[in-house]
Design a protein. Structure first.
Length: 331
């Protein structure tokens, strides 16, 4: 006959077994979902872009590089805007070699500095006659906990306020080139953002994860605000590229990067796969006239509900204008 203690031990073992089975099943489902994700969301549009001009921020690596390569292959004039000159020149050489399109160039842009953004936009507006596609792709995570020269958290300025200012400064060019498109690379992690409208600059936001999530929530809020203000013929959409192996975590300690690299090699999309939704939003003819959408795997996808709060979005827009010292044009 089994004692009371024996029954308790058996019961505990049964509970532990259930936990192990449930955890294993959950992990299996998650891993299967992640493994299948790279097989979905391929842009199948055959659109050619002869005579079109595409500007891609952060176009010297990762998703940005593969986006630039694809648009160049379609015949567009491609301009990549990045901070690292040597890396960007190498990317230009690579794109030309793999596409045969020699109309590819690099221009210097540092989104962490508003003066750099203004100088870039002024030069672009003077020297480029049109802008058909603007891809706000550049982004970062896990930067040192410090502010920019403009008094903005570095992650927030790089991921949102820098692109926000750039897009506003190029708006006349986009409008004169319509039909034109603005594409904003956000992230599913925007759903975890907790944005304080009094701290969009991110100065009081604690933790790398929340800073990144908030910056990506700003991307979607910005997309919604723009969609309501843009004239007919200029569309804006945002996206989550999926779980993609990029160098966004390059500033983490080496031992952490090694662990991340092992996981990403096994489970994440490569950069070409990760760029598919961006490319889809740039070229798909079915999207002509459709604006204000959030996409994943080339399909519409749910987003944070706060982005449908018109009052919140309007207040957010005004705060961003104030932080970038940019008066609103007649949108």
């Amino acid at each position: 006959m089994i004692s009371v203690n024996g029954l308790l031990i058996l019961f505990k073992c049964f509970i532990y077994l259930l936990i192990v089975v449930f955890t294993s099943f959950t992990c299996l489902v998650v891993l299967l979902k992640i493994w299948l994700e790279p097989k979905t969301g391929i842009c199948k549009c055959k659109t050619r872009l002869y005579g079109k001009v595409a500007l891609i921020t952060g176009g010297n690596s990762g998703i940005g590089l593969e986006t630039a390569r694809d648009l160049a292959k379609r015949g567009a004039r491609v301009i990549i805007a990045c901070r690292n000159a040597a890396k960007s020149e190498q990317a230009v050489t690579d794109i030309i070699a793999t596409t045969g399109n020699t109309n590819v160039e690099y221009r210097s842009l540092n989104l962490c500095k508003f003066n750099s953004v203004r100088d870039f936009a002024e030069d672009f507006n003077k020297t480029v006659d049109r802008l058909d596609i603007l891809v706000n792709n550049a982004g970062c995570a896990c930067l040192p906990d410090r502010t920019s020269d403009d008094g903005i958290d570095l992650v927030m300025q790089t991921n949102h306020l820098g692109p926000f200012l750039l897009t506003n400064l190029l708006m006349d060019k986009l409008i004169s080139s319509k039909p034109s498109r603005i594409v904003i690379v956000s992230s599913y992690l925007h759903n975890f953002g907790r944005l304080d409208l009094e701290d969009i600059a991110g100065i009081n936001t604690k933790g790398d994860f929340l800073k990144y999530a908030n910056s990506k929530l700003c991307n979607v809020l910005w997309m919604k605000a723009l969609a309501k203000r843009l004239p007919k013929g200029v569309i804006v959409n945002a996206l989550h590229p999926g779980l993609v192996k990029t160098d966004i975590f390059k500033r983490l300690p080496s031992y952490v990067r090694k662990i991340i690299n092992i996981l990403t090699d096994l489970m994440f999309k490569n950069s070409k796969e990760g760029a598919q939704t961006t490319i889809h939003l740039c070229v798909c003819e079915e999207l002509t006239g459709f604006t204000g959408g959030y996409y994943k795997d080339c399909k519409l996808h749910p987003y944070h509900k706060i982005c449908d709060d018109a009052d919140f979005v309007n207040m957010f827009w005004d705060k961003c204008l104030l932080l970038t010292s940019r008066r609103e044009r007649d949108l």
